[in-house]
Design a protein around this ligand. Structure first.
Ligand SMILES: Nc1ncnc2c1ncn2[C@@H]1O[C@H](COP(=O)(O)OP(=O)(O)OP(=O)(O)O)[C@@H](O)[C@H]1O
Ligand SMILES: [Mg+2]
Length: 262
């Protein structure tokens, strides 16, 4: 389609009247996540890998769930599809009334910018920006947010994350745990409905890992978000409401998480 060029995040948000605040509130009030029979096949022929096989799950607003599984089981693939970063081979993902899997590239860019917060395994902060600037950078991608509102929000998040006195530090001047917390702050900056976190504690010791996950839970609960945390650390599962296990791309809901710790 020649009239639908590839666009980057800075010019992807169309102008014009969006939903009114009331419509917006209504839409966001039903931010239930539904994943229906999602499969993802990489490659073709004899190099074909089924990374996710017929995954079905749903997560409520205000719910924080764990996605547990060994290396290579399909965790990153599944949350990337859920967050609109990767196309499914089949199946569908809905967030409220938005069909994520049928959006155009342009719509997906907007969807991710406005409604999804990602925290990747490596905190992936911009190295030459301070903690505060790493948060503000997100809002520079969204039209219509005022600079002063964004600053106030960044400072509030940094405060909540115990980073008020580190706001001016560059990533290299922060500890691993502090960097993870900045990454969480950045993921919450756009006030997303959906928070997707890939292995937030892999690089942290147990005490710091617990601190980071506890804080994540607090943010998800107090702000009424839908959260999925990828982990293979059983000790982090206790901070979540429910556990899904994935093995060779097949997803199962764990009925009794207490059974996992034995
Ligand atoms: N772009 C790709 N092309 C081909 N195969 C891929 C690609 N990305 C992932 N895979 C394969 O798909 C499977 C699932 O990968 P995925 O990254 O989702 O696993 P994971 O559960 O996140 O693992 P880890 O815990 O090591 O991060 C693996 O067998 C992997 O080798
Ligand atoms: Mg992964």
């Amino acid at each position: 389609m020649t009239d639908d060029p590839v666009v980057d995040a800075t010019d992807a948000v169309p102008d014009g009247p969006g939903p009114t605040p009331a419509e917006d509130a209504g839409r966001h009030a039903h931010a239930l996540l539904r994943v229906d029979s999602v499969s993802k096949v990489y490659g073709s022929g004899h190099t074909e890998v089924t990374a996710v096989a017929d995954a079905t799950m749903s997560v409520d607003q205000g719910e924080f769930v764990a996605l547990l599984g060994p290396s290579g089981s399909g965790k990153t693939t599944l949350i990337s599809i859920i967050g609109g970063l990767l196309q499914a081979s089949s199946g569908s993902v809905h967030l409220g009334d938005v069909d994520v899997t049928s959006q155009s590239a342009r719509e997906l860019t907007r969807f991710r910018a406005e409604r999804v917060g990602f925290v990747f395994q490596s905190a992936n902060l911009v190295p030459f920006l301070t903690a505060r600037e790493n948060l503000l950078y997100v809002t520079s991608l969204i039209k219509g947010s005022s600079r002063s509102e964004a600053k106030a929000r960044a400072d509030q998040l940094l405060e909540e994350l115990g980073l008020a006195d580190r706001a001016g530090n560059l990533p290299e001047q922060l500890s691993g745990g502090e960097r993870q917390r900045v990454a969480i702050g950045r993921a919450l900056m756009n006030d997303p409905d959906l928070v997707l976190v890939d292995e937030p504690t892999a690089a942290l010791d147990t005490a710091l890992g617990r601190q980071v996950v506890e804080m994540l839970r607090r943010e998800i609960k107090s702000r009424g978000k839908t959260g999925i945390m990828v982990t293979h650390d059983l000790r982090m599962v206790e901070y979540t409401d429910r556990v899904f296990e994935i093995l060779d791309g097949e997803l199962t809901h764990v009925e009794e998480p207490s059974a996992l710790s034995h």
